[in-house]
Design a protein around this ligand. Sequence first.
Ligand code: GDP
Ligand code: ZN
Length: 303
Amino acid sequence: MRSTGSWYDVRDKEDGHVWKCRLKGKFKIRDLKVTNPIAVGDRVQYDIEDEVENTGIILDILPRDNYIIRQSVHKTAHSHLLAANVDQAVLIATLVFPRTSLGFIDRFLVTAESFRIPAVLIFNKQDLLNDEAKEFQQELMDLYESLGYRCLTTTAIDREGLDEFAQLLDGKISLLSGHSGVGKSSLVNAIAPDLDLRTQNVSTFANKGVHTTTFAEMFELGPDTYLIDSPGIKELGLADMQPSEISHYLPEMRERLNECRFHNCLHVNEPGCAVKDAVENGEIAISRFESYLSMLGNQDNRK
Ligand code: GDP
Ligand code: ZN
């Protein structure tokens, strides 16, 4: 559920009790080049060590369905394991106050695709949209739904769309992202008003105040329903990926890659590019292509 350096909060699947656990001995970090062996969302086997002290020992980490890693800021050769076994990544966006850019939304979707985590978009603050903004939003929702991303609209302060929001989270482990101010805590508090009582620190949920740790935390919303919050994944930045990889994570590009003349086509200036043809004849949205080019540019700058 949470880690604070070498201690891990392990919630027993059967009775829900939370034990303070340490890892047994030196843990082999297999395959992944990461600085931490275990993350929020990991399923583990553990033994109780001391009932009175409420401590335990983690014996094994079970195989992961997926995981999110992030390049460490300091040690470039190493990455940080942020979360594991995530059922969905949910982005809370707002078209006004603050405006979430399309580039940001697309980056989020591409990152989620790269980790093979289903992504959902929630457009909050419906009450603040004028007709023009509503029309633009509808176009966006049509676009993203056509690409396979579920979209929801909410107004946290009027409780609009909250049943759907709660339903979306029900029975799943969800990662919640979004710029500060879009209404993450308002939405979560609206569907789980007593969350702060159970977790004692909901104030950290939206990264308000000072985070004492850079580790992710998992909050129990209800039976089998969890939210993951982490300063590191607040804005789920673009993961470390090769320029040639990026187009694989935009579904409408992915399905056309085989039609490009060159197998290593980056869809920028190459002749016989099926992606650019699709942009030109309107089959691929210009905004998506622009986001792609921007991501490609950023990747190039880093090399
Ligand atoms: P967070 O930083 O994403 O957790 O955002 P907050 O939940 O703290 O919300 C930021 C501000 O937006 C607060 O003043 C909220 O009252 C306001 N807010 C949240 N949801 C809505 C909404 O649906 N409509 C309007 N008008 N304001 C909202
Ligand atoms: Zn191409």
